[in-house]
Design a protein around this ligand. Structure first.
Ligand code: HEC
Ligand code: HEC
Ligand code: HEC
Ligand code: HEC
Length: 505
């Protein structure tokens, strides 16, 4: 038997504070309890949306038994390299700063605690400058383990190893192998928690190549996930009391893993990015997911008795609301990042030779649409940063300005004032001479939900509803028959020579 524990009890607390106790079965589990019929794969409908469950251990609903110690396993979700919170009203989305606010509050409880991140901690884009600051910031979070996800490789494989060593990041990866077949990071670790041994390991999906061949640098191989899990569980056998898997794969695969390997107590999902408001229970395994961006931090409360028996007492999500207090250390790292990227703006994409232009360049031929557009929030995106006094922060530019990270895109408000806003090109990737060159703007692009979700992602725009919001930005209703430019119309920037018929001038 892999771990010793009497029974695992999960108490899911509805908002009305009615406790619903669910026995997940003794560890030596009877056959009925192991059968699929005993599975409860439904997300708990009692708690919906973004509300979170109160911590109940001290509330009298679930009392600790004499001699038991309470402990916490705290987890977050992919933070995509965000350091700062955006400071938006009502929804202070994202970032390590926000995550740390919640975690520090949890730390004040003074309970023994393990703190883990399931991967995709580093930026989504190839941002060499940002990368090093995020790695440095991560080293101040106090993680006990960080799963390696696909995003960890955006700066290349050697760079990841370098940063992990420099900042002593506790990376884990059981089944990623480098060019020489060696491990990228340790596969697993055994940690002490209030006297019990907790085995933590991390895997990535071996199915990725099917849909994203480029996720990993060349030469990196993925061992079959199933075999990697079986191997590490054999390794843990007899040595640990509680097992946590940081799983960088799809939720449906997590369910399969839970069914096949009931020894695993918690599966904490990363890549999937969809928050699980109330733990999914498969047999006696809990599948958890905190969603994206450091918005929510999940806590599993455990009761540990002197013999090493473990009960899961409760699960809750913590969220920082109101003003996120500055964290001195992270703030200082962020300031250095802002400063360094001012002197050498970070160009992380060279696959985009297009010229970025302001909406002004489209105005001569699309007057009415331009006028309507200028009344929308998109045309005010830069002013929003001005009002918040945050125009100097590159972390905001990819969505509140045009083409940040591209050669011809936004650099700073001083260098590229025309691009300090969202422009028509965000939804219509054509240049203002498209008509001269007989290039038709592809309206399907603007109508593609993905075009919006680049900015309206789960972190920054959690309430985005494409089907409603598209009505607000569409300007199909604007009657504009004449697209002839006025006589004094001039090109805005030097453009490539228009090919001349016949080839001779
Ligand atoms: C020199 C005049 C001119 C300028 C400047 C111009 N357009 Fe156009 N645009 C046209 C004309 C003419 C059409 C209609 C073409 C057609 O229906 O084939 C058009 C059509 C479009 C369409 C609709 C395409 C369709 O399939 O119905 C979009 C979108 C568009 N332009 C976007 C832009 C954007 C964005 C800019 C600025 C970056 C821009 N245009 C600048 C002349 C211009
Ligand atoms: C380049 C990034 C970007 C893209 C692409 C983008 N948006 Fe936005 N959108 C923003 C930002 C930033 C704001 C907030 C502007 C502000 O208030 O300063 C916003 C605001 C909005 C609002 C107003 C929300 C409110 O609070 O009233 C709507 C509606 C909206 N976007 C819909 C869309 C739709 C639909 C698409 C796709 C067709 C889209 N956006 C594409 C960045 C983007
Ligand atoms: C990934 C794209 C993205 C990034 C990066 C981004 N924003 Fe935004 N921001 C949005 C979108 C989209 C909205 C509109 C939100 C909505 O209404 O759904 C918005 C809205 C806002 C608003 C106004 C809405 C409110 O709730 O107050 C502020 C203020 C804001 N952002 C500040 C920032 C700051 C500061 C940063 C950098 C630290 C930042 N944003 C980075 C996409 C982004
Ligand atoms: C937030 C996304 C967004 C932005 C920004 C945006 N558009 Fe559009 N645009 C759309 C959508 C959506 C449609 C409708 C496509 C459809 O219904 O076929 C559209 C349609 C158009 C059309 C075709 C209209 C028609 O009747 O066929 C033109 C021309 C156009 N846009 C020009 C512009 C210009 C010029 C700007 C900037 C001043 C701009 N758009 C900014 C989303 C956007």
């Amino acid at each position: 038997m892999i771990y010793r524990c009497g029974k695992i009890l999960v108490v899911l607390v509805a908002l009305a504070l009615a406790a619903v106790a669910v026995y997940l079965g003794a560890c030596s589990g009877s056959p009925q309890q192991d059968s699929r019929a005993a599975e409860d794969e439904q997300e708990n409908p009692l708690v919906s949306g973004r509300q979170f469950q109160p911590h109940v251990a001290g509330s009298g609903l679930v009392a600790l038994r004499p001699g038991e110690t309470e402990a916490m396993i705290v987890y977050s979700g992919p933070t995509h390299g965000l350091i700062e919170a955006c400071g938006c009203d009502g929804n202070i989305s994202g970032g390590l700063t926000k995550e740390l606010t919640v975690v520090n509050r949890l730390r004040q409880k003074g309970l023994p605690m393990l703190y883990v991140h399931p991967g995709d901690l580093l930026p989504y884009e190839k941002q060499p400058i940002k990368l090093k600051f995020v790695a440095e910031a991560a080293s101040h979070m106090g993680y006990d383990a960080i799963g390696v996800g696909d995003q960890e490789f955006r700066g290349g494989f050697d760079r990841l190893r370098e940063l992990a060593t420099q900042h002593q990041l506790p990376l884990l990866s059981e089944n990623l192998r480098d060019v020489n077949g060696g491990r990228i990071a340790p596969g697993h670790v055994i940690k002490d928690l209030a006297g019990i041994k907790v085995g933590i390991f991390s895997v990535v999906s071996d199915q990725w190549y099917v849909f994203d061949k480029d996720a990993f640098p060349e030469g990196i191989t993925i061992e079959p996930t199933r075999e990697a899990i079986a191997k590490v569980l054999a390794e843990f056998d007899g040595k640990v009391d509680f097992i946590v898997l940081l799983s960088h794969q799809d939720r449906s695969i997590d369910r399969k893993v839970a069914r096949e390997f009931p020894e695993i107590n918690l599966i904490i999902g990363g890549h999937d990015e969809r928050m699980i408001t109330s733990p999914i229970r498969v047999g006696r395994t809990l599948i958890l997911n905190a969603g994206v961006g450091g918005d929510y931090v999940g806590t599993v409360y455990l009761a540990i008795d002197p013999s090493g028996d473990v009960r899961v007492l409760a699960h809750e999500f913590g969220v920082a609301s109101g003003v996120v207090p500055k964290n001195e250390k992270l703030e200082e790292i962020y300031r250095r990042y802002v400063k360094e990227s001012k002197t050498q703006p970070e160009i992380y994409s060279d696959d985009d030779p297009d010229l970025f232009q302001s909406s002004k360049t489209c105005e001569p031929c699309h007057k009415k649409i331009y006028q309507k557009f200028m009344t929308t929030k998109h045309a005010q995106a830069w002013q929003t940063l001005e009002k918040a006094r945050r125009t100097g922060e590159p972390e905001c530019w990819s969505c509140h300005a045009m083409g940040f990270g591209r050669k011809t895109g936004f650099k700073s408000a001083r260098q590229t004032p025309d691009l300090a806003n969202i422009s028509c090109q965000s939804c219509h990737p054509v240049m203002h001479d498209h008509n001269d060159l007989e290039i038709k703007a592809d309206l399907d692009f603007a109508l593609n939900q993905k075009a919006c979700e680049r900015c309206h992602n789960a972190v920054r725009s959690p309430d985005f509803n494409y089907w409603e919001d598209i009505e607000e930005v569409d300007h199909h209703d604007v009657e504009e028959k004449s697209n002839d430019p006025p006589p004094d119309y001039k090109h805005w920037r030097a453009l490539p020579e228009k090919p001349k018929a016949g080839g001779k001038s």
